[in-house]
Design a protein around this ligand. Structure first.
Ligand code: GCU
Length: 357
C-alpha cells in the first residue's frame, strides 16, 4: 500500500526535498546550540574574573507618582547620590507611576522581600500600623515648623520604626504639602460636599473624615483616580497641587477648593530583608543618600508647589477660597475617636505639645 510519507525511514539518503530541508535545519540548530554554549561559557569565565565584591548591587524602588512629581525627583537624586557615595558599587533603579503595583501592593512586596524599597504615604501605612493614623488627623499641624518638629522629633522617629516587625521600616520622610478638594465645580463649605462621591486613599481615617464633612467617601488607588473622575465614578478627589497638576487630574476637575485639610507626609520604606543583606558600609551609604534626598525635597517643595500653581492657572485651573473653619469644626469627633485608644492619645498629646506657644 502506498503511503503518504515525505521521506522513507528505511532510506536515510532519500532525495525528498522536505527531508533535505529538515536535514539542513538540524545542522543549523546544532551550530546555534554550540555557539550558545560557547557564549554562556565565555560569560561565566568573565564573571568568574570579576571579584564578586565588585559587582554592583542594585536595589529596586517602586512608587505610584508621575516622573515629574517632586517626590520622584527626590528618588532620582537619591539614586545618583548613592552611586557617587558607593563609587558605583550600590545602585538603585526607580520604578515610577505604579508600574510595580498600587501603594498597598508594593508595601506587601517589601514584606516578602520581593522589592527593596517603596514610597508609602501616611494613609497607605495606616492599614499596616495604626500609629500612622496620627498624620491622618485633619487640621493637626499649626504650621510647617510644627509639622517638622513632630515628624523629625521623637514622635516621628517612634512611628517610623513601628512596622519593623511587619518586615519593613521607614528610612526617611518627604513633605507633601497640604491636601485640598478638587472637583468639576467649586466647594466652599461642608454642605457643598453633600451627595458628592469623594475619592480618598486606602485609609479608615480618611473615610471617616469625609463622612463627617458630609460627603460620601470611597477608597481607591492613586492610579485609578483620573479615569474615575473623568467617568464620574467619583465627583471629588483631594490632594496637593503637584499631584493635581502633574497627574493631570486638573484636566477633568479644574476647581481646587483650598481646604488644606491634611498635611500627610510620604515615607521611604525599605524591606528589612533587603536592609539586612547590606553590609554596614552599604547601610550607611543608603541612609546617607536617603537623608540627602529628603533634605533636597524639603528645600524644593515650595518651589515645586508654586510651579504647580502657576501651571494650573495657566491651563484654566481655578483656586477657590473656602470656609476652613467650618471644615475644621466638622471633624472634631475624629479627635475624640482617636483619643479613645491609650497609645494614640499619648502620641496626640506629644504632638500637640510641640505646637509653638
Ligand atoms: C499624594 C502623595 C502620595 C499618595 C497620593 C494619593 O500625591 O504624595 O503618596 O499616594 O497623594 O492620593 O494616593
Amino acid at each position: 500500500m502506498k503511503t503518504d510519507r515525505t521521506f522513507s525511514e528505511s532510506d536515510p539518503c532519500s532525495n525528498s526535498p522536505t527531508y533535505k530541508y529538515r536535514g539542513g535545519l538540524y545542522v543549523f540548530l546544532y551550530i546555534c546550540a554550540i555557539v550558545l554554549v560557547a557564549l554562556i561559557l565565555n560569560q561565566d569565565i568573565h564573571a568568574a574574573e570579576i571579584p564578586s565584591s565588585e559587582k554592583p548591587k542594585v536595589l529596586k524602588l517602586a512608587h505610584n507618582l508621575h516622573q515629574t512629581h517632586p517626590v520622584h525627583l527626590a528618588f532620582i537624586a537619591m539614586r545618583d547620590k548613592l552611586n557617587t557615595l558607593s563609587e558605583g558599587r550600590l545602585k538603585m533603579k526607580v520604578y515610577p507611576a505604579g508600574q510595580m503595583g498600587s501603594s498597598t501592593e508594593i508595601l506587601q512586596m517589601l514584606q516578602i522581600g520581593a522589592l527593596d524599597m517603596a514610597k508609602g504615604s501616611a494613609s497607605d501605612l495606616e492599614t499596616f500600623e495604626s500609629s500612622f493614623s496620627l498624620f491622618n488627623l485633619p487640621f493637626l499641624f499649626e504650621d510647617e515648623q510644627h509639622f517638622d518638629a513632630v515628624l523629625n522629633g521623637e514622635v516621628g522617629r517612634t512611628v517610623m520604626q513601628k512596622t519593623r516587625a511587619l518586615g519593613f521600616f521607614c528610612m526617611t520622610s518627604y513633605v507633601a504639602g497640604y491636601r485640598s478638594f478638587y472637583a468639576k465645580k467649586p466647594i466652599h463649605t461642608p454642605a457643598d460636599l453633600k451627595g458628592m462621591k469623594v475619592r480618598v486613599q486606602v485609609s479608615p481615617m480618611n473615610l471617616e473624615m469625609v463622612r463627617l464633612m458630609g460627603g460620601s467617601a470611597t477608597s481607591m488607588s492613586f492610579g485609578e483616580v483620573y479615569t474615575a473622575l473623568q467617568q464620574g465614578v467619583v465627583d471629588v478627589a483631594e490632594n496637593n497641587e503637584s499631584s493635581w497638576v502633574e497627574t493631570r487630574h486638573i484636566e477633568v476637575t479644574p476647581y481646587f477648593s483650598e481646604t488644606r485639610h491634611l498635611s500627610l507626609p510620604d515615607f521611604l520604606t525599605v524591606s528589612t530583608q533587603s536592609w539586612n543583606r547590606l553590609s554596614p558600609q552599604e547601610q550607611i551609604w543608603l541612609q546617607e543618600a536617603a537623608d540627602y534626598s529628603a533634605r533636597l525635597q524639603r528645600e524644593n517643595w515650595h518651589k515645586s508647589t508654586d510651579e504647580a500653581r502657576e501651571k494650573a492657572l495657566a491651563s484654566g485651573g481655578k483656586m477657590i477660597t473656602v470656609d476652613r473653619e467650618a471644615f475644621r469644626q466638622s471633624v472634631t469627633p475624629l479627635y475624640e475617636q482617636f483619643r479613645s485608644k491609650d497609645d494614640q492619645r499619648e502620641l496626640l498629646e506629644q504632638t500637640l505639645l510641640l505646637k509653638r506657644a
